[in-house]
Design a protein around this ligand. Structure first.
Ligand SMILES: O=C(CCC(O)(O)[C@H](Cc1ccccc1)NC(=O)c1ccccc1)N[C@@H](Cc1ccccc1)C(=O)O
Ligand SMILES: [Zn+2]
Length: 591
C-alpha cells in the first residue's frame, strides 16, 4: 500500500528518529554485560535485543513493501534496500530467543574460559596464556597451553555449534539468502567476491611460501629434527601465537641478522613507565596530527581500557563501540603495556575515527563502506606508527639510522605479522562458508578445519585431533559469530591506502619507510573516505581515494619486494623447498 516516494521519505525519517533510541539502549545493555558478565546483565541484554529485533522486523518488512523501481532518488532506493537485511531479527520469536542463548553461551564460554595448573592458579587467555604462547621457547610448555586452551573452549562449544549453524541459515533464508555465508558475502556488494579473493590469495602466495620455508628452517635450527620436518608443515604451537595467525613474537628465533637485533620496544615502554591510558593518548596524538577528530572527553571516562581489578568478569577481546548518541564512542580492551597492544590500540582508534566521521549520516549509513574498510582504517595508521622513523620520532627507539641488514630485520618483523596472516585470514571464512552451505557436515568439522589449515597455512596440529575437539572454536570470531574475511581484504586494502596516503603526504622512497604522521593532506584524504560511511558503494569510494576501483595486491607486493628478494635468495642458499609435500606432522616417531 506504500507506493510513492514521498511516503518512503517520511518512513525513512521516522526510522531515523526512532532507531537511534532503540540502538542506544541496546548498545548500553550489551556494553553493561560484556564489561560485567552477570545473570542480571545478561537478562537485560536479552530483553533489549528482543526489542531491537522487533524494531528491525517492523521496519525491515515494511521497507519491502515499497516498489522502488521508478523512484527518482537513488538515496531512497539504497536506504530502503539496506533496511531490508535484518539478519537474525528475521527469526520467529522462539528461534530468536534460542539463537541469542546459543550466541551468548558461545561468546561467554570463550571470554570466561581459563586453564588451571594442577596446583595453583588458573590462567585466562589474556594476558597469561597469550604471554606463554608469545614468549615461551619450551615446546612442551607451548603444547600444554595450546592443548589446554582448546580443551577448555573448543570442546565446550562443539555441541552447540551445529545448532548455531542451523539457526544462522534459517535467519539467512528469511532474509532471502540461501545460507548465512551468502548473507555475509552480500555485504561486499560484489558478484565476483570469491573469484577476487582467490586471485588476491594467489598473487600473495609466493610471499607466504618463501616466508614459510624460511621460518621452518629457523625453527628446525632451534627445535631440531625431532620437532621440525624441513619438507613438512610446521606444528601450530611454535609460531608465537595461540592460533599461529601472526608470527611477530618469534622474530628473535628467525632474525636474519642476529648480530643486529632490533631494540625491544616493549622493554623501552616499560622502562619509560607507559600506562594503558598513555598508549591510547599516543594513538590519539597520531590521529589528531593528521587533522582528524580527537577522541571526545566521554571516551576517556566511559571506555574500559584495562581489565578491571575488582573481580568483575569481562570479555577481553578488544572492540570499539558506537552508542548512536552524540559523541558517545568507547573502546573495551584489556590492555597490557606491550608494542603489540600499542599497535592494536591504533587499530581500535581507527574504528572510533570512523564513528566520529560518519556520525552526521543517517543511521543506515553509519558503517564502513565495506567491513574491510572498517578494519583497514586503523591498520593503515598502524603501518605508519610501526615504522622505524615514527617510533624513533616518538622516543620509542633510540638508534638513529638502519643499515641495510637492520632494514631486512625490520621488514621481516613486519612480514611475520602481515604475510603470515594472509592464509589464516583467508581460510577462516572459507571454512565457515563451507559449514554454512553444507559442504562440511557436522561429522567432520575438526578434520576439515585441519585440512584447510594444512592446505593454506602449511600447519599441522602438534598432537592428534578428534571430532570431540573443535579447534576453530578456540578463535574468538567463531564463537562470537564475527565474520573474518574482512581482515584478509583489509590486509590488502591497508597497503593500497598506505601507498595512496604516503604519495599524498609527499613521501618519496620505499613504502616501508613512510610515516604519514602530521600530514594534513593524508588526513584529509582519509577523512573524506570515512565521512561517506556506507552511503556509496565501496568501489566508488576506493576510486575517489586511490584512482582504482578494485582492490589490488600491487601495493602489498611492492612494500615487501625488498624482503622477497632476500627470502628467495636465502631459501635457495639453504636449498629449502617451498611448500610441504610431507603433508603430516607424524606424532609417533618424533615425540
Ligand atoms: O579481532 C580483531 C580486533 C578486534 C576488532 O576491532 O576487529 C573488533 C572485533 C569484534 C569484536 C566484537 C564484536 C564484533 C567485532 N571489531 C570492532 O570492534 C568493530 C568492528 C566493526 C565496526 C566497529 C567496531 N582483530 C583480528 C585480526 C587482526 C586485525 C589487526 C591486527 C591483527 C589481527 C584478530 O585479533 O584476530
Ligand atoms: Zn577491527
Amino acid at each position: 500500500e506504500f507506493y510513492n516516494e514521498t511516503q518512503a521519505k517520511i518512513f525513512l525519517q521516522f526510522y531515523e528518529q526512532t532507531s537511534r533510541i532503540v540502538f542506544n539502549e541496546f548498545m548500553e545493555a550489551t556494553w553493561n554485560y560484556v564489561t560485567n558478565i552477570t545473570k542480571r546483565n545478561r537478562k537485560n541484554m536479552f530483553q533489549k535485543e528482543v526489542e531491537r529485533s522487533q524494531f528491525m522486523m517492523y521496519f525491515g518488512s515494511r521497507a519491502r513493501l515499497f516498489k522502488t523501481d521508478h523512484f527518482q532518488s537513488p538515496e531512497v532506493k539504497r536506504m530502503l534496500s539496506k533496511l531490508q537485511n535484518i539478519d537474525k531479527s528475521a527469526l520467529p520469536t522462539e528461534d530468536l530467543r534460542e539463537y541469542n542463548r546459543l550466541l551468548t553461551y558461545m561468546e561467554t564460554t570463550y571470554s570466561t574460559a581459563e586453564v588451571c595448573l594442577d596446583e595453583g592458579p588458573c590462567l585466562p587467555l589474556e594476558p597469561e596464556l597469550e604471554e606463554i604462547m608469545a614468549t615461551s621457547r619450551d615446546h612442551k610448555e607451548l603444547l600444554w597451553a595450546w592443548q589446554r586452551w582448546r580443551d577448555a573452549v573448543g570442546r565446550q562449544i562443539r555441541p552447540v555449534f551445529e545448532h548455531y549453524v542451523r539457526l544462522s541459515n534459517k535467519a539467512a533464508q528469511y532474509n532471502g539468502y540461501k545460507d548465512m555465508g551468502a548473507l555475509w558475502r552480500a555485504k561486499y556488494e560484489s558478484n565476483t567476491l570469491e573469484e577476487d579473493l582467490k586471485q588476491l590469495f594467489d598473487e600473495l602466495q609466493p610471499l607466504y611460501l618463501n616466508l614459510h620455508a624460511y621460518v621452518r628452517r629457523s625453527l628446525f635450527r632451534y627445535y631440531g629434527p625431532e620437532v621440525i620436518d624441513l619438507r613438512g608443515p610446521i606444528p601450530a604451537h611454535l609460531l608465537g601465537n595461540m592460533w599461529a595467525q601472526s608470527w611477530e613474537n618469534i622474530l628473535d628465533i628467525v632474525l636474519p641478522y642476529p648480530k643486529k637485533p632490533p631494540e625491544d620496544v616493549t622493554k623501552i615502554m616499560k622502562n619509560q613507565h607507559w600506562k594503558p591510558e598513555k598508549m591510547f593518548q599516543e594513538a590519539n596524538i597520531f590521529i589528531t596530527s593528521l587533522g582528524l577528530l580527537p577522541a571526545p572527553p566521554s571516551f576517556w571516562v566511559k571506555s574500559m581500557l584495562e581489565r578491571p581489578t575488582d573481580g568483575r568478569e569481562v570479555e577481553c577481546h578488544a572492540s570499539s563501540w558506537n552508542f548512536y548518541k552524540g559523541n558517545d564512542v568507547r573502546i573495551k580492551k584489556c590492555t597490557e603495556v606491550t608494542i603489540e597492544d600499542l599497535l592494536s590500540i591504533f587499530h581500535q582508534m581507527g574504528h572510533i575515527q570512523y564513528f566520529l566521521q560518519f556520525q552526521n549520516l543517517s543511521v543506515i549509513y553509519q558503517e564502513g563502506a565495506s567491513p574491510a574498510f572498517e578494519e583497514a582504517v586503523g591498520s593503515v595508521i598502524t603501518l605508519s606508527a610501526s615504522s622505524h622513523k615514527h617510533l624513533l620520532s616518538r622516543g620509542l627507539l633510540s638508534q638513529e639510522h638502519q643499515d641495510s641488514e637492520e632494514e631486512v630485520n625490520f621488514l621481516l618483523g613486519i612480514a611475520l605479522e602481515k604475510i603470515a596472516f594472509i592464509p589464516f585470514s583467508y581460510m577462516v571464512d572459507v571454512f565457515r562458508w563451507k559449514v554454512f552451505d553444507g559442504t562440511i557436515p557436522k561429522t567432520i568439522y575438526n578434520q576439515e578445519w585441519w585440512n584447510l589449515r594444512l592446505k593454506y597455512q602449511g600447519l599441522c596440529p602438534p598432537v592428534p585431533r578428534s571430532e570431540e575437539d573443535f579447534d576453530p572454536g578456540a578463535k574468538f570470531h567463531i564463537p562470537a559469530n564475527v565474520p573474518y574475511v574482512r581482515y584478509f581484504l583489509s590486509l590488502v586494502l591497508q597497503f593500497q591506502f598506505h601507498e595512496a596516503l604516503c604519495r599524498a603526504s609527499g613521501h618519496a622512497g620505499p613504502l616501508h619507510r613512510c610515516d604519514i604522521y602530521n600530514s594534513k593532506v593524508a588526513g584529509k584524504m582519509l577523512g573524506d573516505v570515512l565521512k561517506l560511511g556506507s552511503s556509496r558503494p565501496w568501489q566508488e569510494v576506493l576510486k575517489e581515494m586511490t584512482g582504482q576501483s578494485n582492490i589490488s595486491s600491487k601495493s602489498f607486493l611492492s612494500y615487501f619486494k625488498p624482503l622477497l628478494n632476500w627470502l628467495v635468495n636465502e631459501n635457495v642458499k639453504q636449498g629449502d623447498i617451498l611448500g610441504w609435500p610431507d603433508y603430516s606432522c607424524s606424532f609417533e616417531e618424533k615425540n
